[in-house]
Each structure stands twice: as structure tokens, then as C-alpha cells.
Ligand binder design. Structure first.
Ligand code: G6P
Length: 611
């Protein structure tokens, strides 16, 4: 949540460049935005509410600039609450991503000392703290920031500029992400590496409790207690084309359409033609995982639903007991860990605050944390012992699409790998080899599913007048029903709910009528006859029912008087991937019909870095 972008150089084009950087980070928060420059010995800023859109900056070009795009936490969406924030003297400018939990006490203390606040944000406190500190301390800017960082509770990624030191900026990180871009003659920083791609692929990921002192020619990394640290430079393996819309009207559509490719990238080099899976990232924990008996997957939102699908696939393939727990619930409950347990964190961004807290908690419970992460070098990737990268490429639209399908494919690969590597494999390798080979056929099946867009568009029209839509599924299709409900809520602001199909008669059906239709996921599998009966029960009560099935299921259900969409037949555990494509297109088409801001739904942000 919140995007930070900064530039420290010598060629006086910073303000407009920072604005471009902010535009590429706007999916992190779009309540308001602002930029500050150091111009002729003065800090000058502009701040605005709303999205950046086609705005141009009115600031003069200068040597150092930084900007912020906000997802409001403390204080409403007003210009006064927009970042950057200043101290009373206008010497320090601060941009911040995160939450300062002891803001109330600090604010009181600072007011007592005579500081005048102009906003309701927690961020402004940091600027005043810096001003207060300079009354007794005159060291360099990084030392000053380290003194302040020690006073802050909560999570933060900070960018600080000092009017009196025009060619430098200092960053501090505890919780929120920050990445520094390296180029000859100037340096950049951003909340997300994708924003740096147009400029450089050489980056330094700032770690927790680290401070970076940045000048046009140098980056120095220190710990919060002022010990110099070695920085390791990473080369980004994404290319700049991946962060462009490529002629699509929205990132969401682009990301839906590129799923055949993103799935291929997730599997590339990891499955051989006999279906054997190789996952280099798990080699370090191979012995530990050989006898694992319990895996608790954790995540939030879409990633959590992928984890639910993964937990079911794993249990179909191995004797490992597995379960998905929503991170925010896990964090404040006392859940037990049986013998030989591991925790596995599923997250696209690798920056979700609830997930990071879960990692700290499992570590304190002496459980090994593993990751399934898309963003290389992200906090979750750094804090887990080992794991698997998704390699799905940057996902920009707030609603997750290609990460979900890649997460399911990766979780299926992990299940195969765990089965292959068990000390007492169940029924040999054939079951995992079968799933492994089926995974290789997924990209083609997804490409064919994408061709169903005209049919899905029709379905969107039929559903758009409903007052509520109920999604139902069994087994791996129950988490898909939850994901479908989430996708339509996120993108179309639609009143939806996802339920296990077997629960239909245990309450939901009484609240359904012609304005509250059902969408049922009913592929051809061992439960098709049960699903057929449930669909008939709905139709018998004149409840409009729409079925998403596969070609084989279509034959079984064709005599029923309801709209049916048929996806290609895939392995029975992988159907949520092809059907997810229908769900995503449906959410997209409904969002379009209802004129929603597809890529940036109201009140949401892509990377949720606060609890
Ligand atoms: C937010 C987004 C969801 C996303 C969730 C988890 O709530 O709106 O679409 O699924 O965060 O994000 P992560 O980056 O951890 O996968």
C-alpha cells in the first residue's frame, strides 16, 4: 500500500521523471499523490487528491525529487493529508508507506514541544521528529534517520530529503518494501522493482532495519544501529515490455490474456516429459520435507484461495495432512502444530503485512517457513527459509489473475515433488507423473478457454441485473467459488458469495430467487451426479442457474434448461485453472458493463502492507 518513487541525480529532470515513476506505482494506492523537489535551497512540493491520470507536474526541475501515491490509513483523503510531509521549518520532507502505531503518544509529545501539525497523518510525525532531533544532534542525514527509526513502532518504508543537503536522500525500512535502482550518474528508489525497470535492471533490495544513504554516485547501506553493511546487487529478470499494457485497454485484460505464457514460465525447466518435477528452490530443505506430515498454507485473498486448492491437491497426492489458514486469522489465534510440520506462505507480492506477521509468528513457534512468491527479492522471499518462485511476471492490476493460475500450477508441482521425494511414496510415482504431464498441457487448455470470451460476455450481461450472485463448487472448485465471488466483488463491486455446493440446502437456497442467481462449477468428476441433482434443485425453484463445466461435463448436463459454458477437459485437479479464466473474464466484462475503474477498484490497493 502506498507507492514511493525517488530520484537523486545531476541532470535536472527529476520532477517529471518522479511523476512517471509514480504513475507506474499507482496500483499501490490512489487516494492522493504528491512530489517534492529541492530547488534553489528550498523544498517545494505539490499535492493533489485523486488519481494521477494525465497530470503533469508544476514543480521546477532540480537535483533531487521524491513522490508518493497514497492509500489512506490515518486521516481522510485530503490535500493536507497527501504526502510528502514537512516539519515546521520546511527543512525535512518525508514520504512513508506503512503505519506508525505509537503515533498518538509521539504527536502529543511533539505538540507539547511546540510543533505545529498540518495533517492528521502518522507520517507528519516523522518530519517533526527529525526537526526535534536536529536541536541536539548535528550528524549526517542517515544517522539522524536512524535515531528517528528507533523511536517508531509499527511498519514503515521511509524516504527523507533534507533542504540543507540537496543532493542526497535517505531511506529506512522496517516492514514496507523499498528497492534502490543503480545507474551511472544517478540513483532511483521505489516501492516496487517494476517501477525501476524502464531505467535499470541493477537493484539493491533494502532489508528490514536497514538505512540507505543515497547520492547520485553512491549508495551506502547501514543498520539501524549505524553499522555499515554490505549491499548485494540483484539483476532483475523482468523486462520493460512486461510492465506495458501492450495495446490492451486494461492491465487486468492483458494479464488474463497472457496466462498461457505465464503458466509456461511457472513450469519452464521444472517438469520433464515423463512428468517428473524438479524444484531447485526446495533442494535445501529436501531432507526436512521427505518426512513432513503437516503443511499449513497461509496467505490472503486470492493467494489464500490458491493455497486452499493446493492443500486439497496435496492430500490427493500424498499422505501429508494439509490445510489453508488466512494469515490475519492465524496471527491472533493459538493453532497447534503436529510433529513434522512446515508453514508455506503463498503470496504474489511477497509484501502483504498479514503474511509477514505470520512468518514471524511461525518462526517464534520454531516452525520452518517456506514461500511461494512471485516478486523476486520481496520480503517474504527474504524471510522464508526456502521456496518456489512463481515466475508469472509483474502483475499490475489490483485484482490478481495470472498469479492465481500460476499459484495453482506451482502448488500442483510442489505436490508432485513432495510425492516423488517421500521416503515411503504412496502408490509409486505414477500419480504424480500423471499430474506432472497434465500440467504441461495446461497452457494450451487455457489458450482455448480464452476464446470463450464472447460467451462469457453474454453471461456477464445476463448476470449484471442480479441483486446478488451465489457461486457454488465442490472439492477444488469450492475455493474457486470463493475466488469467483472475490473477483466480482473487487472488480465489479458486486454483491457475491462463494459456497460449497453441498451446502446449498443448508440455508442458502432459502435466500435465492430470480434476482439471486447461482453460478455452479460442475466439471465431469466423481461428484458430477451430485452436482447435477443440486442444479436440478435450483431449477425446480425457478432460480436462474448458470453452469461452468468441461466438455465431458457438458454432455452429462446438456439436457438441463440452463446456460452452460464448457472449458476444455484437463486433469480433474487442475480444472480450477481453466475455470478461473472464465471467472476472471466474467469479472472483467461485468466491471466494463458497470463502468468500474477495472485496474484500480475503489478503496483497494495491490500490495497490502498494513494490517
Ligand atoms: C489484496 C488484493 C488481493 C490479493 C491479496 C493478497 O487484498 O486486493 O487481490 O489477493 O491482497 O496479495 P498477495 O500479494 O499477498 O498475493
Amino acid at each position: 500500500m502506498c507507492g514511493i518513487f525517488g530520484y537523486i541525480g545531476k541532470d535536472k529532470k527529476q520532477a517529471s521523471l518522479v511523476l512517471e515513476g509514480l504513475k507506474s506505482l499507482e496500483y499501490r494506492g490512489y487516494d492522493s499523490w504528491g512530489i517534492v523537489v529541492n530547488h534553489n535551497g528550498k523544498l517545494k512540493r505539490e499535492r493533489h487528491t485523486g488519481k494521477i491520470g494525465q497530470s503533469r507536474t508544476i514543480l521546477p526541475e532540480s537535483d533531487t525529487a521524491m513522490g508518493h501515491t497514497r492509500w489512506a490509513t490515518h486521516g481522510g483523503v485530503t490535500e493536507a493529508n497527501a504526502h510528502p510531509h514537512f516539519d515546521c521549518s520546511g527543512r525535512f520532507a518525508v514520504v512513508h508507506n506503512g503505519i506508525i502505531e505509537n503515533e498518538k503518544e509521539l504527536r502529543k509529545l511533539l505538540i507539547k514541544k511546540g510543533h505545529k501539525f498540518t495533517s492528521q497523518t502518522d507520517t507528519e510525525i516523522i518530519a517533526h521528529l527529525l526537526e526535534e532531533e536536529t536541536k541536539k544532534y548535528h550528524g549526517n542525514l542517515s544517522q539522524l534517520v536512524s535515531l528517528i527509526a528507533a523511536k517508531l513502532d509499527g511498519a514503515f518504508a521511509l524516504g527523507v530529503m533534507d533542504r540543507d543537503r540537496p543532493s542526497e536522500a535517505v531511506l529506512a525500512r522496517f516492514g514496507g518494501p523499498l528497492v534502490i535502482g543503480l545507474t551511472e550518474g544517478y540513483k532511483l528508489f521505489a516501492s516496487d522493482p517494476s517501477a525501476l525497470l524502464p531505467f535499470t535492471r541493477q537493484v539493491i533490495y533494502l532489508k528490514d532495519r536497514e538505512i540507505a544513504w543515497i547520492t547520485p554516485d553512491n549508495v551506502e547501506i547501514m543498520s539501524f544501529d549505524n553499522q555499515k553493511k554490505r549491499s548485494s546487487v540483484t539483476t532483475l529478470d523482468w523486462n520493460v515490455e512486461k510492465i506495458k499494457k501492450d495495446g490492451y485497454a486494461h492491465y487486468m485484460l492483458k494479464e488474463i490474456m497472457e496466462q498461457p505464457e505465464s503458466l509456461m514460465n511457472t513450469m519452464r525447466g521444472r517438469i520433464d516429459i515423463k512428468g517428473k518435477v524438479k524444484l531447485g528452490g526446495l533442494e535445501a530443505v529436501k531432507d526436512l520435507l521427505r518426512d513432513v506430515e503437516f503443511i499449513r498454507f497461509m496467505g490472503c485473498g486470492t493467494a489464500g484461495y490458491a493455497g486452499m486448492v493446493g492443500a486439497i491437491i496435496l492430500q490427493e497426492l500424498t499422505p501429508v495432512v494439509s490445510h489453508m489458514e488466512v494469515s490475519s486469522e492465524f496471527n491472533y489465534s493459538q493453532l497447534n502444530w503436529p510433529k513434522n510440520s512446515v508453514a508455506w506462505f503463498v503470496t504474489q507480492s511477497g509484501e502483504t503485512a498479514d503474511v509477514l506477521i505470520s512468518i514471524d509468528k511461525v518462526k517464534s513457534e520454531r516452525i520452518i517457513p517456506l514461500g511461494l512468491v512471485n516478486v523476486v527479492g520481496s520480503s517474504v522471499a527474504q524471510r522464508t527459509t526456502a521456496g518456489v518462485y512463481l515466475h508469472a511476471g509483474p502483475e499490475i492490476a489490483v485484482a490478481s489473475t495470472k498469479a492465481f493460475t500460476s499459484q495453482i500450477a506451482a502448488l500442483a508441482m510442489i505436490s508432485c515433488w513432495l510425492r516423488q521425494n517421500r521416503s515411503n511414496g504412496r502408490n509409486g510415482y505414477s500419480k504424480s507423473a500423471d499430474l506432472g504431464m497434465s500440467l504441461l498441457k495446461l497452457p494450451l487448455a487455457v489458450a482455448k478457454t480464452l476464446k470463450l470470451r464472447p460467451q462469457v460476455k453474454k453471461l456477464a450481461k445476463l448476470l449484471s441485473g442480479a441483486s446478488q450472485i451465489l457461486f457454488f463448487g465442490r472439492g477444488v472448485y469450492y475455493p474457486l467459488a470463493l475466488e469467483a465471488a472475490l473477483k466480482l466483488r473487487e472488480v465489479a463491486y458486486f454483491n457475491t458469495i462463494g459456497l460449497p455446493l453441498g451446502e446449498l440446502k443448508h440455508g442458502p437456497i432459502s435466500a435465492m430467487d430470480k434476482n439471486r442467481p447461482a453460478v455452479v462449477f460442475a466439471p465431469f468428476d466423481k461428484t458430477i451426479d451430485k452436482s447435477r441433482s443440486n442444479i436440478q434443485e435450483l431449477l425446480a425453484r425457478d432460480i436462474p442457474t448458470f453452469v461452468i463445466t468441461d466438455k465431458a461435463g457438458g454432455k452429462k448436463l446438456s439436457d438441463l434448461s440452463c446456460e452452460i459454458i464448457e472449458v476444455p477437459v484437463v486433469h480433474e485437479l487442475l480444472g480450477p485453472v481453466t475455470m478461473a479464466v472464465v471467472v476472471q473474464l466474467l469479472a472483467y466484462e461485468m466491471g466494463l458493463l458497470l463502468n468500474r475503474p477495472i485496474d484500480k477498484p475503489r478503496n483497494l490497493a495491490k500490495s497490502v502492507t498494513v494490517e
